[in-house]
Write a new protein. Structure first.
Length: 88
């Protein structure tokens, strides 16, 4: 038998989607809301873009933010490691 999955209906860019996942439904709704906000913000800045271009640019912007946060996280982990080594 498969694991139980949440089926959450969300609206992104005025389109309805069903997202299936293990995460808490409120988390899924929140993430969908953030994606919707990013698409709308980009749409306001660049009104001439079609939906596909807005979606791709939104994905690039979100991935850029993710990569920067991962890099910052690695730096912080290294700093914690070095501080622990000083205390030893």
């Amino acid at each position: 038998m498969g694991e139980f999955k949440n089926r959450i209906n969300v609206s992104i860019n005025d389109q309805n989607f069903t997202i299936i996942g293990d995460d808490d439904p409120e988390h899924i709704r929140y993430v969908a809301h953030l994606v919707d906000e990013q698409l709308r913000l980009l749409g306001r800045k660049s009104a001439g873009l079609d939906t596909t271009r807005k979606a791709i640019l939104t994905a690039v912007n979100i991935m850029d933010e993710k990569v920067k946060l991962e890099e910052e996280n690695e730096i912080l982990k290294q700093m914690i490691y070095e501080l622990k080594q000083q205390d030893s």
